[in-house]
Design a protein. Structure first.
Length: 152
């Protein structure tokens, strides 16, 4: 089934977003984090939905500076991967950043997660920094960055 839409996250989406986060990400997050992120920068919290309105993925971002946004959390439900949700979410996030005046966006990804790093590279991100002992399990990360006006 293909993705029908990307829209701003709503409070009613949090249970589905939390379920996806718990199943797709390798760290645990408090459910309240999503509400906090929505309060902090509502335009930077997006969901992808199927044609029935079910949430299939999400992206959560924060503003670091006037010209820089960070992708804090990003996941697509396993049953909906390779349907374009990730790319659609990423491009909608880049557009939201550009409307906010941000010229650059960054994220961190596990150093050994080559498939995810490849996904980002194919969409214009470049490695900028190695972050040792970045994760709670002491895993290393790579910071990646991309211009908001660069199409993927």
């Amino acid at each position: 089934m293909s993705i029908q839409s990307v829209r701003r996250m709503e409070s009613s989406d949090i249970p589905q977003v939390y379920r996806i986060a718990c199943s797709a990400l390798d760290q645990c997050y408090a459910r309240g984090l999503f509400g906090f992120l929505m309060f902090q920068w509502s335009r930077g919290q997006l969901v992808s939905c199927d044609m029935f309105g079910e949430v299939t993925g999400f992206i959560c971002g924060t503003l670091l500076r006037d010209d820089l946004a960070s992708i804090s959390l990003f996941a697509v439900d396993a049953a909906h991967r390779r349907e374009g949700a990730g790319t659609a979410l990423l491009e909608a996030f880049a557009a939201a950043c550009a409307r906010q005046g941000c010229r650059m966006m960054q994220l961190e990804v596990r150093l050994e997660n080559e498939s995810t790093r490849g996904f980002y590279r194919r969409r214009g991100f470049t490695d900028t920094e190695l972050l040792t002992d970045f994760y709670t399990d002491h895993g290393n990360a790579v910071r990646m960055i991309r211009s908001t006006d660069q199409p993927s």
